[in-house]
Ligand binder design. Structure first.
Ligand code: PTJ
Length: 257
């Protein structure tokens, strides 16, 4: 199907067509298309742009990644299909970054496909194709990790993650930075630093910020982050948008009784 650039939703249709193609190739699982649909719905509610609060979170994320001893980004099929080039830019901006394939619906073939997509996007070193360790207490294949990657990481950047693994990573003492458009997801609610933004926008901003925080004054000294405040901000953004679209018919909050 040919997409007209003049279509008002051209960008969204282009991304969808790319993901549908990736699903036909097996890089993205059918469940990944459902995940994208959920993400799109939240992005719509958030106004399809980065909120000031998410932008602040991205700045702090860049500082955490820069100050980490062993930062790692975890990549699934959706992230590879949507953002392989952004991941490569992230690796260039932060050469200590480990890039690791981590799949919920894992098959050896998909792990290789994700790694090849990342390499085609410009990533130079990909971990996790042949896992060498296991995260304890996690029943899914997301527990399969690289001993020198996620297993040893102190800061993990986890775009489009599930809540179980976020919890398991935190239980191992790692700092978890999530990227998830859904501020109500268990991932967003359990991460140390939830970024409520679209993955390509978020990674692009973090790359920009990494160039600004090039010389860490102290490794492993991480500025605090108000995760609950960031999630409340995201919900407030949605509330404001609904109010604006619905106009005066939107119910006003009741003021104390
Ligand atoms: O490739 P695999 O086998 O590892 O499977 C990947 C999926 C995405 C299918 C798997 O991780 C999954 O089922 O994810 P969930 O539990 O559906 O969670 C995905 C979350 O990412 C949801 O909360 C979505 O709102 C959010 N999301 C979807 N697309 C985007 C997004 N967040 C940011 N940017 C997006 N483009």
């Amino acid at each position: 199907m040919r997409l007209s650039r003049r279509h008002p939703r051209y960008e969204s249709l282009r991304v969808r067509a790319g993901l549908a193609e990736a699903a036909r190739d097996g890089l993205v699982v059918p469940e990944g298309l459902i995940a994208q649909g959920r993400g799109e719905a939240f992005d719509y509610l958030l106004g399809e742009r980065t909120s000031p609060s998410a932008r602040r979170a991205e700045r702090v994320a860049a500082v955490w990644l820069r100050r980490a001893d062993r930062p790692v980004v975890s990549i699934n099929g959706n992230v590879a299909a949507l953002a392989a080039r952004e991941v490569a830019r992230l690796e260039r901006a932060l050469p200590s970054l480990g890039v690791e394939v981590n799949l919920f619906h894992r098959t050896p073939k998909r792990a290789v496909q994700v790694a090849s997509t990342l390499r085609r996007g410009g990533v130079t070193r990909v971990l996790g194709v042949h896992p060498t360790a296991r995260i304890p207490g996690l029943p899914s294949d997301r527990a399969l990790v690289d001993r020198d990657g996620i297993f040893a990481a102190d800061v993990c950047l986890v775009p489009l993650e599930d809540g179980d693994r976020t919890q398991a990573l935190r239980a191992l003492g790692k700092r978890v930075i999530s990227v998830d458009l859904n501020p109500l997801s268990r991932t967003s609610r359990t991460a140390d630093l939830p970024i409520v933004d679209e993955v390509t926008r978020a990674l692009g901003h973090i790359v920009e910020d990494l160039h600004r925080v090039s010389a860490p004054p102290a490794r492993r000294v991480f500025p605090p982050f108000d995760a609950a405040g960031a999630l409340a901000d995201a919900l407030a953004t949605i509330d404001r948008r609904l109010r604006k679209v619905a106009g005066p018919r939107w119910p006003r909050p009741s003021r104390g009784r």
